[in-house]
Design a protein around this ligand. Sequence first.
Ligand code: IMO
Ligand code: MG
Length: 427
Amino acid sequence: MPSVAVIGSQWGDEGKGKITDYLAEAADVVVRYQGGNNAGHTVMVGDQIFKLHLIPSGAIHPNKDCVIGNGVVVDPLVLVDEIDGLAARGIERLRLHISERAHVILSYHKLQDELEESQRGADKIGTTGRGIGPAYTDKVARCGIRMVDLVEPKLFRQRLAAVLPAKNRLLRSLYGHPGIEMDEILETYGPVGQRLREYVKDTSEFVTAALKAGRRVLFEGAQGTMLDVDHGTYPYVTSSNPTAGGIAAGAGVSPRAIDRILGVAKAYTTRVGTGPFPTELHDAIGDRIRERGKEYGTTTGRPRRCGWFDAVVVRYAARVNGLTDLALMSVDTLGGFDEVKVCVAYNYRGQRLESFPARQDVLEECEPIYESFAGWPEDLSAVRDWDGLPAEAKAYVEGIERAVGVPVAAVSIGRAREATILRRPLF
Ligand code: IMO
Ligand code: MG
């Protein structure tokens, strides 16, 4: 059962799309198991850039089975657009499999996301506004609508009739919104349900059979460990479990089905949205990382907050995910600095913290304790293997390996597939 999980080890945007695409070459099946179109996974092939939100990043390779598991929340309008967008660029006949148990994001979830954020005022989370939180809330509150309902007109109407009155009461009484007409939802979503019908099935059965047959399966996480609803910087998190523990529940496979767990981390740290970020830089260094790394959101276009690599965060990710390997991304972005730093622990009121604290007030007072490394030249574009890297860059990667305690299996030095150095095989 050769299977590899690709997991975000920071606050998302680590380069999971690039690594998934890279590994997908050798894989047969690529599975998304949580999140929705809050994800923005960028894949660069030649001079073409693909930005995927829902469809697994394996789709760019021909003949890969792409699975959207039950743990994903699916905006069917976005999914149809994504299918059409890929087709327009020559990627047709997708082998797409959508779980019949996946929950659907409808117009009222997006509306609710916006309204809830506006009411949070200064405490806002900075969500992507895609209706993710409200759709997961409805799933847990047992008033969600699943793909299996969406594609069956009679069931869709019945489920809507059961849940819409309460939703409208909430919209009216809490937000003074006039509410949403059932016919409007049926007209918008009925036809897309029919278009997606052919892809909807029991994906747990499909993935389990693939694993049994010895096919290579890649689980593609969205978001990251620090955005996990259980393990992240709550409440500034997303509403799902991006951590490895989410795979079994979100794909309908055994927890024993995963062989390797690859944590993806940038050579520095970024975060979009609000919430604690101990190594954030509010200076010219942070600006330089943002500009060189093109650190602007794939999904919302927002500038990302930037800071030094935080080994406390990634060590924590290594623990809660059981990481077997690390992929260190965007090492090229740090080129041209005289000195680069890695946070190895926090100083909290004179006390050295090695582990990531749960309390926000403690986090806010934590000062990073840095280990310093010599910088390396700006341009790594000619480098294609480990031996070709400048000695200083190698020392930096090895320093991170030591501080996190997990071997760095892959190093990325650019957006292209070729700009990936594999130090140990993953499949
Ligand atoms: P990928 O897969 C970075 C952040 C949002 C916000 C919080 C909650 O590209 O790494 P949500 O819309 O999920 O309710 O927002 O989570 N967030 C991400 N940040 N990358 C992502 O995905 C994200 N998905 C959600 O900015 O702070
Ligand atoms: Mg993103």
